[in-house]
Design a protein around this ligand. Structure first.
Ligand SMILES: [Zn+2]
Ligand SMILES: [Zn+2]
Length: 243
């Protein structure tokens, strides 16, 4: 998907991160692409290939149907969701290191993957606004950064799509989703987001940006808040997706 030469050109300006060790295999990286992942481990990234569900982006076993059983039964409130890779293997290690160990020098890796995807799928960037999934203020204080905002800001600058980061708030503190069942996750995030009512939402199209799509319960709750406020179209793009 992302060729070696493209990465080198794009990430050349980040070479001030040298020297560094690969986050996955620990090997010393002599020629960095601007993020701490070696070439061999980069090749191991589990890119998501077609066929995927046209609605939620989950991998499909065969290309005979356009959507997955879940989307045929209970459609999500967003119009479509896509992820660049699976949340597995090297990508799982990278996202974990980024989010929970604060290895922020991995951000250029995720941003370049998202950029490449948006380059290849222009319909996703034909929107009025980009919206990084908001964190609850307490979670933001603990972590010190909103990972979704770090990913969305460079995309906003590159394609000149305005970023919304004060117009939606996460006012209900939700439990970490990791150990919850699908049903518990939906309940956990129900009405977790609130939109600023004076913002002109009517007819707007929005691309939500986040790091991981798991059950899609979080982005579904966020999409519901946006659609209820009058948004016409809500799409989602993340770095990785659960199976
Ligand atoms: Zn490596
Ligand atoms: Zn689906």
């Amino acid at each position: 998907m992302c060729r070696r030469d493209d990465r080198f050109l794009k990430e050349g300006t980040h070479s001030f991160f040298l020297p560094q060790h690969c986050i996955s295999c620990g090997r010393y990286i002599a020629l960095s692409f601007g993020f701490p992942l070696c070439d061999d481990c980069y090749e191991e990234l589990p890119f998501l290939r077609e066929p995927v569900c046209t609605r939620c982006g989950r991998p499909l076993r065969s290309g005979f149907s356009l959507s997955c059983p879940r989307c045929r039964q209970f459609p999500f409130r967003f119009d479509c969701a896509r992820a660049v890779t699976l949340y597995a293997g090297v990508m799982r290690e990278c996202l974990h290191a980024f989010k929970y160990s604060g290895i922020l020098s991995l951000a250029p890796l995720f941003v370049s993957l998202l950029e490449q995807y948006l380059e290849e799928h222009p319909f996703l960037r034909e929107v009025d606004y980009l919206l990084p999934v908001p964190l609850h203020p307490r979670r933001l204080r603990e972590r010190g950064f909103n990972q979704a905002l770090l990913l969305a800001r460079p995309l906003s600058l590159r394609w000149r799509i305005p970023l919304l980061h004060r117009e939606v708030i996460r006012w209900k503190e939700t439990l970490p989703q990791v150990h919850l069942s699908a049903k518990e996750r939906r309940k956990n995030v129900l009405r977790a987001f609130r939109v600023v009512s004076r913002f002109p939402w009517q007819g707007k199209s929005i691309l939500i940006i986040d790091d991981i799509l798991t059950t899609r319960a979080t982005v579904d709750a966020l999409s519901a808040a946006l659609k209820d406020a009058g948004c016409r179209k809500v799409m989602v793009l993340t770095v990785a997706s659960g199976k």
